[in-house]
Design a protein around this ligand. Structure first.
Ligand code: ATP
Ligand code: MG
Length: 565
């Protein structure tokens, strides 16, 4: 665990949850703090989960308390062990560690069953034979009270017998459920005799065929928290209406530990969709190339895109924890990765749209080594040698045949600085006879300007990047952009969010040339292509010596300008 995780979370005044925890420690209500992160293993984690992970594990770190990793695996029809693996990998990658505290709600199936029997014995739960549809009908609405089930007043003995036989597999799926006996007139719909067990004749990825009844989430979650001695059970606002049920179960069963549930606002981010169901549609419909597509805001997508985990942690620290629903602009996440990589990413030269420049007065066989800083503001990151020779590539957009006055790059009669090398002056250009396209540019260099300054003090405003043609590496580059063209793609009920997919969210450039230093970099490394943005060597497609790069983010926020932000 690195120090910056703690620094990030402690920079600001305490959020309301950390304030509660500090008060509980001060008052002696708790001597130690235990939190948990409880994903359901039915999909991949996304940036919203990162907020919850940073909160729960962050509080653990700050208080020297454990944060439990708990899989809420009560729905075997949607869950898989592949998801369990990917979730653990993602949490670790984000920089957090649960040590020995790995738990599964399915480990508590026996205890949960015993507690249910206890509720039946207390007259606080009953087996109900209404169908799912009837249960919904009987539940009533926000304005009308519910009606009591005709099975509500079954004798304890009959309930015990039926529940035991549900477990033994005697009844069909959907024919019976176990319900808590609370209050059909409660203004809170969750308290109107909620279902706590259902029959599901589905094998579970951990318990196999041992069970054919499974506990419901609301019933399971609070008991799991209590069994583990969680002190603060932090969840998103949609669970606020479930808190009375959480407390009812634990109070009724008089569990030795009664964790406090506290709700906070979930992360909502513009230009993306965050629900697992919608993410699944994008993956299954082939709109993206899998869960880890670099345009996706899944943790695996962000990793593949090249986001360092520290950037995600500082984003989460920056947005903070509040009680009111709000939207965070995608630009905030992009700025977080820019700020992070600005500090850490070595600078390199990469030419995305190369055009050849021939320096007529430079000796044909000579190759010079020019010293280039890996990070101009951080000398401790060292320097590297860049080969320079007679033929180089520059960026197509750094030359204009008829440049406007304020264009300070290369053009007829102009002189420009090659970063870390020489001043060069335009001589002539060669065009393709058929297409009229410029195929090469001829220049001369001034040998007295090595390193980029003219001894006579003449001013040259423009500095451009370049690579030496013979030594450069060909490097396919993918320019990624936001996946959606509008801030709220799923805001309208009758419009399919997929109608707002950005057709330009990925551009593949096949002709890019990069400096030879990239040959020695590991897949996953992040760099800044000077003047172009932050890129990473793709984790899967990049091989040592044959880089394939993903653009993580541009150097500046081009979306802000378009929207007049
Ligand atoms: P989704 O809504 O994407 O389907 P989920 O809430 O069903 O996700 P879970 O596996 O149940 O996914 O979530 C695990 C934890 O992560 C929960 O405590 C949940 O509150 C939290 N979480 C999920 N989405 C967000 C979000 N957008 N912001 C903050 N926390 C979130
Ligand atoms: Mg959920």
């Amino acid at each position: 665990m690195t120090m910056d995780i703690q620094e990030n979370t402690q920079e600001k005044p305490l959020d309301f949850i950390r304030q509660i925890i500090a008060d509980d420690l001060r008052s002696g209500k708790h001597a130690a703090i235990v939190t948990r992160f409880p994903p359901e293993p039915n999909g991949f984690l996304h940036i919203g989960h990162a907020k919850s992970i940073c909160l729960n594990f962050g509080i653990g770190l700050e208080n020297n308390g454990p944060c439990h990793m708990r899989f809420d695996d009560t729905n075997p029809s949607k869950e898989e062990s592949a998801y369990v693996e990917s979730i653990m990998r993602d949490v670790r990658w984000l920089g957090f560690d649960w040590g020995k505290n790995l738990f599964y709600a399915s480990d508590y199936f026996d205890q949960l069953y015993d507690y249910a029997v206890q509720l039946i014995r207390m007259g606080k739960a009953y087996v109900c034979d209404l169908t799912g549809e009837q249960i919904r009908e009987y539940r009533g609405t926000l304005t009308e009270p519910g009606r009591e089930s005709p099975y509500r007043n079954r004798e304890v003995a009959e309930n015990l017998d039926l529940f035991q036989r549900m477990r033994a597999g005697e009844f069909d799926e959907g024919s019976r459920v176990l319900r808590a006996k609370i209050d059909m007139a409660s203004p809170n719909l969750n308290m109107r005799d909620p279902v706590i067990y259902r029959i599901l004749k589905v094998a579970h990825h951990r318990t196999g065929d041992r069970w054919c009844i499974y506990p419901m989430y609301d019933y399971t979650h609070c008991i799991s928290d209590a069994i583990e001695g969680i002190t603060h059970s932090l969840c998103t606002l949609e669970f606020e209406d479930h808190r009375p049920l959480y407390d009812w179960v634990l109070d009724t069963l008089a569990t030795p530990c009664h964790p406090r549930q506290i709700e906070f606002a979930r992360l909502n981010l513009t230009y993306t969709v965050m629900s697992k169901r919608k993410i699944l549609q994008l993956v299954n419909g082939g709109y993206v190339q899998g869960w880890d597509d670099p345009r996706m805001l899944t943790i695996s997508g962000l990793r593949r895109r090249g986001y360092p985990p520290s950037a995600i942690r500082s984003f989460c620290a920056q947005i903070g924890i509040g009680k009111k629903e709000s939207w965070i602009d995608m630009g905030v996440l992009e700025d977080a990765v820019r700020n992070d990589l600005n500090e850490t990413a070595p600078r390199v030269m990469g030419v995305l749209d190369p055009i050849k420049v021939i320096i007529d007065n430079y000796p044909e066989s000579r190759v010079e080594e020019m010293e280039a800083q890996n990070h101009p503001q951080r000398p401790e990151m060292g320097a590297r040698m860049l080969p320079f020779s007679r033929e180089i590539y520059i960026e197509g957009s750094d030359f204009m045949e008829n440049p406007p006055k304020k264009y300070f790059r290369l053009g007829p009669d102009r002189e420009v600085r090659l970063r870390y090398a020489y001043l060069i002056r335009f001589v002539s250009m060669v065009k393709d006879e058929k297409t009229g396209e410029i195929v090469e540019i001829h220049c001369t260099y001034d040998p007295a300007t090595r390193g980029g300054t003219a001894p006579d003090g003449r001013k040259v405003k423009g500095t451009i990047h370049w690579v030496s043609a013979n030594q450069a590496l060909a490097c396919p580059v993918r320019l990624y952009d936001r996946l959606f063209t509008v801030a709220h793609p799923d805001a309208e009920k009758d419009v399919d969010f997929k109608d707002y997919l950005n057709p330009d969210s990925m551009k593949i450039l096949d002709n890019c040339m990069v400096e030879p230093a990239l040959a020695g970099m590991e897949p996953g490394s992040q760099v800044q292509f000077e003047r172009q943005g932050y890129f990473c060597l793709d984790l899967i497609d990049s091989k040592k010596g044959r880089p394939v790069c993903n653009r993580i983010v541009t150097l500046r926020d081009s979306w802000a300008k378009e929207q007049g932000r």
